[in-house]
Design a binder for this molecule. Sequence first.
Ligand SMILES: Cc1cc2nc3c(=O)[nH]c(=O)nc-3n(C[C@H](O)[C@H](O)[C@H](O)COP(=O)(O)O)c2cc1C
Ligand code: SF4
Length: 478
Amino acid sequence: VTAGPAPKLVRLRIDASKCDGQGVCKLFAPEWFELDRYGLAYVLPEAKRLAGDDRDLWALMQEAEATCPRSAIRIERLAAPPAPEPSECVEAPAVGPAPGEPRLLQDDTVDKWRAAGGFSRRAPGELLAEVQAASLFGHGGSGFPSVRKWAALGPGATLVANGAEREPGTVKDAYLLGTRPHLVLDGALAAAHDRGIAKVVVAVPEGEKHLVDALDAAQREIGADVEVEIAEVTRAYVGGEETALLAALEGRQALPRMRPPFPAERGLHGKPTLVHNVETLAQIALVNAYGAAWFRSVGTEDDPGTGLFSVGLYDGEFELRELPYGTLLSEVVGREEAVLVGGFSGGLLRPDQLDVPLTRSRLSSVGTRLGTKSLQVIPAGTCPLRVVIEVLDFFAQETAVQCPPCYRGIPDMVEMLSRIERGEADEAVVGELRLFNETLAGRGLCALPDGAATVTLSYLNNFADDLDAHIASGCPQT
Ligand SMILES: Cc1cc2nc3c(=O)[nH]c(=O)nc-3n(C[C@H](O)[C@H](O)[C@H](O)COP(=O)(O)O)c2cc1C
Ligand code: SF4
């Protein structure tokens, strides 16, 4: 929503862990709020589309935030990044791989990477300008513009490299940490140099000794001028969410917490913290070595560069492919079977929908996400509804049990979808399921319920014929 006397980009959210369903918001501002099937508040889908500089709406929003007796309503201001200072540094960057050659997916060494332009350092502030010019976005699943976090970072910050890689069907971070740990470390250290960061923490899933050893060896060979710590963290799904990860690194239970404050303002041990996925850091190393113009020489205008995609059969093995953004999905997986795109928190596409370019906006226009770039082909004979139920079952197991729409809503969704699968549900159940999912995103302390909604809505919207067949007489595959 853009609202207010001077247009602002803002988002109205309800902290579901606080809302106790008194409904003051609904009485107070029925334009904005409604109560769901559990009697808990959500922001109406129509309200999310309100736009303009309407002073009354802006005032109502602020009053709603102030009036909620549980302080559960919050207005998030999405600030535009400040323009970076022009740099004095004019040294030409090294020349990177040509279009078509791998950037990320190659087996090199510390020495080879150094000879190829790695470990160079720019004048402080210059890398931020390059990261902005490269339109780099986060590769941990959210696709969030990296420069916004850099610009919001307070002084005395720590950098946390998120290598938890908890999304099922995603194998890119383990590859980078095991095979090119020097690239990840170079990106982290270059970012630290640019932002005046004194400490880097690399988080890896517990029990992966080979990743710790690879990082350790690379760190010693590079001879980092910044303190680097390698920390093993819980394998729980929510343990990869940034605020849960920070809690685990502090020795507390890995539970997501409310934002704001965002980690860039208050993160590890209360200090500003830049959290980046390890692939994002590898991409930063490339931008640092070769510059934004080179980075943008493949990919699309909005999604430049290449990315590491994990390609395989749902519930099977995955291989890594490095692809320029904008590549047609059908060129990677063919047009024969349905595909789960983006990981479990992505969405399902029909075989006739696969001529879609692999970019954030084009994938979301067909109801899925780029997410963690997992492309899971659904084998012929596997019911897409069964896949959705299994994915939601996974989320129901992995909930951190903090937010009612998550820990009550997702098991209920499994139950409703199971009734549909057995041919025991009617259109009313589908309507209820749809409404709940259309209002679920943004109602958890973390984005786990958003993922559950994306995968469910992708089935309801993209597999209408399959849904009808299930309602008529149960699963056509059995
Ligand atoms: C439930 C959940 C699990 C997540 N797991 C991971 C993970 O395993 N690795 C990761 O890098 N990001 C994960 N994220 C995203 C992080 O919260 C965060 O956005 C990311 O680490 C930021 O890095 P980026 O800006 O480089 O993408 C997860 C998010 C959620 C909601
Ligand atoms: S996993 Fe669910 S319960 Fe836990 S913080 Fe995220 S939304 Fe809330």
